[in-house]
Design a protein around this ligand. Structure first.
Ligand SMILES: [Zn+2]
Length: 312
């Protein structure tokens, strides 16, 4: 009996060529359309409820080649582009907005970093700018040397060259939070936009759009409050991130009875698992790139493949 599910992860889905940032890493509308054609020809799209039923009842038969589509970060792309295409095909998707981006009209650091990278082709210049800025913060923070930071990334990565991984790592989690936030803020203001709130309103879905997608059968789950690596923060912060994201879902009219957790950056640890488990989370999604097996994988840490792993 089949107990495997292909879970696919998407981020940006937009008309890249005609957008202001054509270098942003995402899927064009044309490629997304072709991928949906491929999926409908080769897989059976299912929803979160089907996975829950399969987990609850071992005799529940999943359809042949089941596939679950997940969309991270709550981009307006998902409301404007993805939702109508899925709806027209009678397909469902799972959407994971970060609460802070929607509620406070701030651009998440993860996205500021992406848009800076898309706006500045000279990677070495950006990296030098970050490492030089560190000296300014040394009197106040116990920072490591440039060489030590440069050595924090040694592993090869599937999609990005080493310099880009290092740039992202430093600004996503290696540097102390106030230092990272300030450097990212400066880079974003210099290279992308001086009006963060306006940019955020364009970039993310609104509360109304989330409610609308939900009314039309789309699943909405948690992606934390402020998109932190849950594996790199205190238990107290993990609890706060999860609880505030659940409050956000309830305020938006999303039922949290069968809620799901999509860990930002795929980052979780034992204590994060306990936090979501204690709050009766039903499914959790990581970014480990393989096909999920419901008999083997932890239901709160299901692996997902990237859209780039499927033909489009
Ligand atoms: Zn995310």
């Amino acid at each position: 009996m089949n107990r495997t599910v292909t879970i696919v992860m998407y981020h940006y889905v937009r008309d890249l060529e005609r957008s202001r940032f054509p270098a942003i890493k995402g899927l064009s509308l044309e490629r997304f359309r072709r991928q949906l054609d491929h999926i409908q020809a080769n897989f059976t799209p299912i929803g979160v409820e089907d996975v829950l039923e399969a987990l609850a009842f071992p005799e529940f038969e999943l359809p042949a080649n089941p596939i679950l589509l997940t969309f991270d970060d709550g981009y307006s792309d998902h409301f404007l582009n993805v939702f109508p295409m899925l709806d027209a095909r009678g397909m469902r998707g799972c959407f994971f907005p970060s609460a802070q981006a929607v509620l406070e009209h701030v651009v998440l650091d993860v996205n500021k970093i992406q848009f800076v990278l898309a706006a500045v082709p000279d990677m070495q210049r950006l990296l030098d700018q970050v490492l030089s800025a560190l000296d300014e913060f040394r009197p106040e923070y116990a920072l490591r040397t440039r060489e030590e930071y440069a050595a924090t990334v040694v592993e090869e990565h599937r999609y990005d060259p080493r310099e880009i991984i290092l740039f992202k790592r430093l600004l996503q989690r290696e540097l102390p939070e106030p230092v990272r936030a300030e450097i990212v803020r400066r880079l974003f203001a210099e290279y992308v936009s001086a009006d963060e709130a306006a940019f955020a309103c364009e970039l993310y879905v609104s509360v109304e759009q989330i409610a609308c997608m939900q009314r039309h059968g789309m699943h909405i789950g948690s992606h934390g409050y402020s998109h932190l690596w849950l594996s790199h923060v205190s238990l107290e912060t993990q609890i706060e991130e999860v609880d505030r994201s659940l409050d956000f879902l309830r305020q938006t009219g999303v039922s949290t009875e069968n809620w799901t957790m999509c860990y930002p950056y795929g980052g979780f640890n034992e204590s994060a698992l306990r936090v979501v488990e204690d709050r009766k989370c039903r499914l959790g999604f990581s970014v480990e790139a393989r096909i999920a097996n419901l008999d083997i994988d932890h239901r709160l840490a299901l692996p997902r493949i990237d859209t780039n792993d499927l033909p489009s």
